[in-house]
Write a protein that binds this ligand. Structure first.
Ligand SMILES: *Cc1c(COP(=O)(O)O)cnc(C)c1O
Length: 349
């Protein structure tokens, strides 16, 4: 099997997960009759310490629905400039919700500076959109937000009548890293997005968790966006299985990411620089001349990498420790190969 470090979305459902999915009792969820979805929504709401939850196809849709349920047309959400729900969701909130994003830059630790957030909140003046919502991301590029920070963000939101949404697509990574429950991490936010198709290993599925009133509005937006399932319990069962069996393993992913970062650093090659490593992600910068040859060489040897000079390497349950060690060796071989190639090229001139 290829060592696929491009994303933790590459995880395949296990035979056990598939078997569990097959046994799920199903019904039409649009009619509120899928017992598996209903039970799972309740289970997750409880886990997060919130009143209600809504099962959705993707975390992208969950974030969009959260924004559209918190904000009216002409209002705005304050968000990180690299946040998934600003940069990586095709502008959905603006396109479909008429909700304006107010991006501000992330700090190095994945937080938004709360003073900058405060400065971005608009006064009540017809020139401005109405600031309504603050979106934070946890983990952000693998980085885990400090619990105190989330609490401070809540205080700021209360002071300014903002709602607080957490894009917790990888919240379970944060939970395992902090050895703290997801409920505790989400204690101070109004709504949370969870994603089951990343490191948790499901084929699809996400959840929006909040109070009953917000979830009621979310239900209508889900219908409008075409995200309502019929016998979706087959997917909820996968997520239910993942929460029972795949959460602990995230710790292994984090250890593997650390191992990978250390291995790449120990190559001591100036053409490849580890810029950051957090939970299940390692970020590297490669010399422009390596972009292309490195990935081709790696692919030939069974290691899949993204293109670009700034690469994100993601560990997950389909990559074990041995595969990480092999990946480091492939990097090493690739570097000596490309070095040999470039010196023989130079020899021609
Ligand atoms: C992947 C991701 C999403 C979107 O998840 P999908 O289920 O693929 O739509 C949202 N937020 C963050 C932080 C993500 O990493």
């Amino acid at each position: 099997m290829a060592i696929d470090l491009r994303s933790d979305t590459m995880t395949q459902p296990t035979p056990e997960m598939k078997q569990f999915m097959c046994q799920a009792v199903l019904g039409d969820d649009v009619w509120g009759e899928d017992p598996t979805i209903l039970a799972f929504q309740e289970e997750v709401a409880k886990l997060l310490g919130k009143e209600a939850a809504l099962f959705l196809p993707t975390a992208t849709q969950s974030n969009l629905i959260a924004i559209m349920s918190h904000c009216q047309r002409g209002e705005e959400y304050i968000v990180g400039n690299e946040a998934h729900c600003y940069r990586w969701e095709a502008g959905g909130a603006a396109v479909l919700g008429s909700v304006q994003p107010q991006p501000i830059s992330f700090e190095a630790d994945g937080t938004l500076d709360l003073q900058k957030v405060a400065g971005a909140i608009k006064p009540d003046d017809p020139h401005f959109a109405i600031s309504r919502l603050l979106c934070i991301e946890n983990t952000q590029g693998g980085k885990v937000l400090p619990l105190d920070y989330i609490k401070e963000a809540r205080v700021l939101c209360n002071k300014n009548e903002l709602k607080l949404h957490m894009d917790g697509a990888r919240l379970f990574n944060a939970s395992v890293f902090l050895k703290t429950s997801v409920g505790k991490i989400a204690e101070h936010v109004d709504s949370v997005t969870l994603c089951f198709s990343k490191g948790l290993g499901c084929p699809a599925g996400a959840m929006l968790v909040a109070d009953r009133e917000l979830i009621k509005r979310a239900l209508r937006w889900r219908k409008i966006l075409g995200g309502a399932f019929r016998q979706g319990g087959i997917l909820a069962a996968a997520a239910q299985y993942a929460l029972a069996h795949h959460v602990e393993g995230l710790d292994e992913d984090h250890k593997n990411a650390t191992l990978l970062a250390e291995g790449l650093r120990s190559l001591e090659d100036p053409r490849i620089r580890v810029t950051n490593s957090a939970t299940n992600m390692v970020f590297i910068e490669i010399e422009p001349s390596l972009n292309g040859p490195l990935q081709s060489f790696a692919k030939e040897h069974g290691l899949l990498l993204s293109m670009g000079t700034e690469l994100r390497l993601v560990t997950h349950r389909d990559v074990n420790r041995q595969m990480i060690e092999r990946a480091i060796t492939i990097f090493q071989k690739s570097l000596s190969q490309t070095l040999a190639a470039s010196s023989s090229e130079k020899g021609l001139y």
